[in-house]
Ligand binder design. Structure first.
Ligand SMILES: *Cc1c(COP(=O)(O)O)cnc(C)c1O
Ligand SMILES: [Zn+2]
Length: 403
């Protein structure tokens, strides 16, 4: 069995500091907090050089030394990662942010960045001897875990709101997952999963209830740094639901600092939410360290309809420690953003990604974003996964003699 060279040492609770053995299945800390993977960063600093990464395959496993999988045979991959960082000169001109970029997760397997979390989470589950994974989902995570689960030979049990994007339901079914629909939100699906897990002994793959999905998502942070030549941009905007992506990017950047691959500077991390579901924004405005349950949440951007995230305190920490902010956007502006990215730059983003457009515009107006800032919009998925959400509001041309 060939080792990956991972510097993983174990798991630690970011709230109370208690340590856990990563060679066994672990979920939340006794205190209720999510657990985070820890690495021997001193050793990594001494032994791992950034030059070694540049010649590797363009997928997220190029950073395997800071990923949790210990044996190569357990890696389950469909080529995920190293998504393009695309300059947006035209939109940048319009918004008075000439150095505007889009990191586009729309081209990754399964069409959303959930593939990163699933690839690493499923690989580690396989390494730990798991046979059945179970999770609540708003759709995209369930689809990614069902498909990667199948690659690993695992059984998947997925519970999702019946309003979740139908394509994601079909992906789960196509992958042979057991899928259940609930009338309600992801939080209602979560309660059902929590009950049945205890009864059936399944592996709980709910957001942040297993510690490795975040490790997959953190690779977005590694890639952004590498793609800017091991420097960091000034601002990164991220559409935030459960917050795993933003927590992951922050974790990645701190790890890169500790191994000496980037300097002191960190980008300002900006959490973007929908007005109809903005618990993080509310907590940020009130200067709080945790969010409250956001009642009657609704938004067209289904992936960010999370009324209360388990890792909310980690999202807020990432925002405060990088001098970032949190901002909410109306559904109307979200759809406008999807259209502007398509009709200005020719990129068809998901509604969650569309939310970033209005956020950049407003933060530039307010002076939070400076003209010379390098700004990265993190588009979390492909517009083509939302055939029913995104309807152009203009008519087809008449097919007449002029064509
Ligand atoms: C899940 C999801 C999000 C939110 O991701 P978190 O990292 O959990 O905050 C954003 N966009 C899309 C398309 C998603 O599927
Ligand atoms: Zn704890």
């Amino acid at each position: 069995m060939k080792k990956t060279g991972s510097f993983l040492t174990g798991l630690v609770c970011p709230k109370c500091g208690k340590k856990y053995d990563s060679r066994r299945i672990q979920h939340l800390c006794e205190c209720g907090s999510p657990l985070l993977a820890e690495y021997d960063l001193k050793k990594a600093r001494a032994e791992w050089k950034k030059e070694s990464v540049s010649g590797r395959k363009p997928d997220l496993w190029r950073y395997r030394e800071l990923l949790p999988v210990e044996y190569e045979e357990n890696i389950v991959t469909a080529g995920e990662g190293m998504t393009p960082l695309i300059p947006l000169p035209l939109l940048g001109e319009k918004l008075d942010v000439p150095n505007l970029f889009l990191k586009d997760e729309g081209i990754i397997p399964t069409g959303t960045f959930k593939a990163r979390g699933a690839a690493v989470g499923v690989s580690k589950a396989k390494e730990l001897g798991v046979q059945t994974i179970a999770m609540p989902t708003n759709g995209n995570a369930g689809a990614a875990w069902a498909l990667y689960g199948k690659r690993a030979g695992l059984r998947s049990v997925i519970v999702m709101p019946e309003d979740a994007a139908k394509i994601t339901r079909n992906e789960c079914l196509a992958a042979g997952a057991d899928i259940y629909l609930v009338k309600g939100l992801i939080s209602d699906a979560g309660k059902i999963v929590a009950r049945s897990i205890a009864r059936n002994g399944w592996y709980d793959a709910s957001t942040l209830k297993e510690p490795y999905r975040i490790e997959g998502k953190k690779t977005m942070g590694f890639e952004i740094a590498e793609q800017f030549g091991w420097e960091v941009p000034d601002v990164i905007l991220y559409p935030t639901g459960g917050g795993v992506g933003i927590i992951g990017i922050y974790k990645a950047l701190k790890e890169l600092q500790e191994i000496g691959w980037i300097g002191e500077k960190l980008p300002k991390l900006v959490s973007v939410q929908a007005e109809g579901c903005a618990p993080i924004v509310k907590a940020f405005r009130e200067g709080k360290g945790e969010s409250e349950y956001f009642t009657d949440s609704r938004t067209v951007a289904f992936g960010i309809n999370v009324p209360k995230a388990l890792g909310d305190f980690l999202v807020l920490k990432a925002i405060y420690e990088t001098k970032g902010c949190a901002i909410d956007v109306s559904d109307e502006k979200i759809l406008e953003g999807v259209h502007r990215l398509a009709d200005t730059e020719g990129i068809f983003v998901c509604p969650e990604g569309g939310a970033l457009y209005a956020a950049v515009a407003r933060l530039r107006e307010e002076g939070f974003i400076q003209k010379d800032d390098k700004v990265v919009m993190l588009n979390t998925g492909a517009g083509i996964k939302y055939p029913d959400t995104i309807e152009p509001n203009f008519p087809y041309l008449e097919l007449d003699a002029t064509i």
